[in-house]
Design a protein around this ligand. Structure first.
Ligand code: 6CS
Ligand code: FE
Length: 307
C-alpha cells in the first residue's frame, strides 16, 4: 500500500487541503493513437480539459437511448437493484449505474466509433469502461452534484493510478441554462485539489446521492474558478461532452420542468487499471468501479447505433 507521503495525489489524509500540480499528460501519445479528433480539437481538449461536440448523435438514435433509459428507470427489477440511486428526499431515480451492462443498446454505445475512438486518441491506448451511469436529473426534483474531481474519488476510493481516464457525457435531453447543466472549470484539470477529511467505509452508499468527502475546499475552488472561469455545457440533445478525469465539475439542482438526462461513460486506459484503494479502504462494488470485467473495447464498424 502506498503511504500518503509517497502518493503524489494524496487526498483525504489528516493534512489540510492542498493544490498539487498534475504530473500526468492530458493527451497521450501526442493524440496520434487514433484520428477521431482534428489537431485543433485535440489542442482545445488539452488546454481546457474538456471538449463539446455539438449534435454528434442524430435525434433518431437519441430517441432510442431515451426510450431505453426510460424503460430501465420504470423497471421494478432495476429500481430495486443497488445500481439504481434515488434522489435525496424523494423516490425519483437520480442515477442508474453500470448501464453498459444492463442494456445492450448502451453496451453498443460504449463501442460507437464516434465516441470510443475519441477516448482511444486522447488516452493513447486501448480502453475499457471504468464506470457508466445514466443521470436523470428529473424536472423539479433533480438535486445538485457539488463540485468535485472524479479522479480524486477514483484515485482514493478505487485505486486508479494515474490521470489517464475521461468521461463521455451524451446529452439525451437539451441541456440549457435552466435545467442544471454540467459546469466545468477550464484549465482545472492541471491542478489536483487534495481534499480534507477521512473517507468513511462504504462512502459510496451516501456519496452517490450527496457527496460530502472528496469535496474541495472553497478557497481552492475559488482559485481555480478565478484562473479559468466556469463554463456551463449547454447543448442540444445528441451533443457529447468529453472531459478529463481531473477537470473540476458540478451541476446545480434542476428546478425547471425539463429533465436534464445524460448518459456518462468513463473510458479508462488499459494501461491504467485499478489498484488497491488508498488507506485500507475496501474496494467499491463492480457496478461502480470495474475490476473483474476489464476488457479492451473493439470499436463497432457501423456508425449507426440502432436498426
Ligand atoms: O464516485 C463516483 O465514482 C461518482 N461520483 C461523482 C460525483 N462523479 C463521478 C462518479 O459518478
Ligand atoms: Fe463527477
Amino acid at each position: 500500500m502506498i503511504s500518503p507521503a509517497k502518493d503524489r495525489y494524496a487526498s483525504r489524509t489528516d493534512r489540510s487541503a492542498g493544490i498539487v500540480a498534475r504530473h500526468d499528460p492530458v493527451v497521450y501519445e501526442d493524440g496520434r493513437y487514433a484520428d477521431a479528433l482534428s489537431p485543433e480539437q485535440v489542442q482545445a481538449y488539452d488546454r481546457d480539459g474538456f471538449l463539446l461536440l455539438e449534435n454528434l448523435i442524430p435525434q433518431a438514435e437519441v430517441d432510442a437511448l431515451i426510450a431505453e433509459i426510460a424503460r430501465m428507470s420504470r423497471d421494478p427489477a432495476i429500481i430495486r437493484r443497488e445500481e439504481c440511486i434515488t434522489e435525496p428526499g424523494s423516490n425519483a431515480v437520480r442515477s442508474i449505474f453500470m448501464v453498459h451492462q444492463l442494456s445492450s443498446l448502451i453496451s453498443r454505445l460504449t463501442r460507437d466509433p464516434r465516441l470510443v475512438n475519441v477516448a482511444r486518441q486522447i488516452l493513447g491506448s486501448e480502453v475499457y469502461i471504468h464506470q457508466s451511469r445514466a443521470n436523470m436529473k428529473p424536472g423539479f426534483k433533480g438535486k445538485e452534484f457539488y463540485w468535485h474531481s472524479d479522479f480524486e474519488t477514483w484515485h482514493v476510493e478505487d485505486g486508479m493510478p494515474a490521470m489517464r481516464a475521461l468521461s463521455c457525457s451524451v446529452l439525451l435531453t437539451d441541456n440549457n441554462a435552466c435545467n442544471g447543466p454540467l459546469m466545468l472549470v477550464p484549465g482545472s484539470h492541471r491542478q489536483f485539489i487534495s481534499c480534507i477529511g477521512e473517507t468513511p467505509q462504504d462512502h459510496y452508499k451516501h456519496s452517490l446521492k450527496k457527496q460530502e468527502y472528496g469535496v474541495p475546499d472553497a478557497i481552492s475552488l475559488q482559485l481555480l474558478a478565478e484562473q479559468g472561469g466556469i463554463q456551463a455545457m449547454t447543448g442540444k440533445a445528441g451533443s457529447v461532452v468529453f472531459f478529463d478525469c481531473n477537470t473540476m465539475h458540478g451541476s446545480n439542482s434542476n428546478i425547471s420542468p425539463w429533465p436534464r438526462s445524460n448518459v456518462f461513460m468513463v473510458y479508462n486506459s488499459m494501461e491504467n487499471v485499478l489498484g488497491a484503494p488508498k488507506y485500507g479502504l475496501a474496494p467499491r462494488p463492480e457496478h461502480i468501479a470495474t475490476r473483474a470485467g476489464v476488457k479492451a473495447l473493439t470499436p463497432l464498424d457501423a456508425l449507426k447505433l440502432v436498426g
